[in-house]
Design a binder for this molecule. Structure first.
Ligand code: UFG
Length: 325
């Protein structure tokens, strides 16, 4: 049985769906502060899913998820992930993301579970010194959110050395899209991400483009949008890798290609088949001009090959939004 923390959230729910479709038994541990009960109910239709509502800040609650369940590995998504909020309220981020993870690791050690796949982020690299970014790029986060993820990466190295706990850290670039059947997708409140914000824009809720004066081909920021089902597949590969005795390691998850905010906007207009109201606004603080992943290492070691392009991600995101409205 695989324990998935944050399995009712955006990326976690897509992994849970993939695991269930493969016939794996899954236990989801989620506080439902960000994740959704509705997502859990939808996922139950895909296989054997046990749901435990709990908060990682409470050691007894996470211990409760291990008690009586034969857990072979953990995939750990549960975290706060809003960069701006982390700058204004670092206490919330360190307490939840770092302390919460330490409780999870305590429970893993107590119950003898020695394999974990951890959701890390491109934000651990900070301002890029070069692109595409490979795993040798220095890690110098520029906000508390990135710091929390980097601290956990270091904790995982130390726990391997001392306790033999094996980890794979997956550093996501920009997750995009929804499930192919439109049953689950991105449901953040408030929504800060580009694709849902463009697709949900209307005349009384104009899409705000944060800056068109960057040093890029069309002046807007460039990101590496990786399909969320491709991301889920990488976690499956990481679990297989650990199960086969793989050593602790870390991988970038992206596509090796970048798309500008304008390009994403144009694809959204095409998919929606209508003009989307747009306002060019000042830059958003802390946005690097270009973030593109070098994914060679994940290809070579995990044998992970992303399959779905940005247009497909936008189409599935739009189908999901339509199904909710
Ligand atoms: N953008 C807009 N308008 C919006 C939303 C976004 O113009 O309403 C722009 C942003 O300025 C940025 C690009 O679209 O240039 C992508 O922004 P997102 O918020 O979708 O994604 P980020 O690249 O800021 O964030 C992602 C992850 C974070 C992670 C970060 C690390 O979502 O969790 O990468 O770099 F911390």
């Amino acid at each position: 049985m695989i324990l998935v923390t944050g399995g009712a959230g955006y990326i976690g729910s897509h992994l849970v769906m993939s695991l269930l479709k493969r016939g794996e038994d899954v236990i989801v541990f989620d506080s439902l502060e960000i994740g959704h009960q509705e997502t859990v109910e939808t996922l139950k239709e895909y296989g054997n899913l046990k749901f435990v509502k709990g908060n990682l800040k409470n050691l007894d609650e996470i211990r409760g998820a291990f008690l009586g369940n034969r857990i072979s590995a953990v995939v750990h998504f549960a975290a706060y992930s809003q960069v701006a909020e982390s700058v204004n309220n670092p206490q919330k981020y360190y307490y939840n993301n770092v302390y919460g993870t330490m409780n999870l690791l305590n429970a893993m050690l107590e119950f003898g579970v020695k394999e974990i796949v951890f959701s890390s982020t491109a934000a651990t690299y900070g301002e890029p010194e070069y692109t595409p970014i490979d795993e040798k790029h220095p890690q110098n986060p520029i906000n508390p959110y990135g710091n929390t993820k980097l601290i956990i990466e270091k904790i995982l190295d130390d726990y391997d050395r001392a306790y033999g706990l094996k980890s794979v850290r997956l550093r996501y670039f920009n997750a995009a899209g929804a499930s192919s059947d439109s049953k689950i997708g991105e449901l953040h409140e408030p929504e800060t991400h580009l694709i849902p914000n463009v697709l949900k824009a209307e005349n009384n809720k104009v899409f705000k483009m944060f800056g068109d004066d960057y040093d890029t081909k069309d002046g807007t920021c460039i990101r590496d949008y990786i399909n969320v089902e491709d991301l889920a597949e990488a976690h499956i590969k990481a679990l297989e890798y650990l199960n086969n005795g793989g050593k602790t390691d870390y991988f970038n998850l992206g596509t090796n290609t970048g798309s500008s905010v304008k390009e994403v906007f144009d694809i959204c207009e095409k998919v929606k088949g209508e003009k989307i109201p747009l306002e060019v606004c000042p830059r958003r603080e802390g946005d690097p001009a270009i973030l593109i992943a070098d994914n060679t290492k994940a290809k070579n070691i995990l044998h992970w090959y992303p399959q779905k392009d940005l247009k497909y991600s936008v189409e599935t995101a739009y189908n999901f939004i339509k199904s909710k409205s």
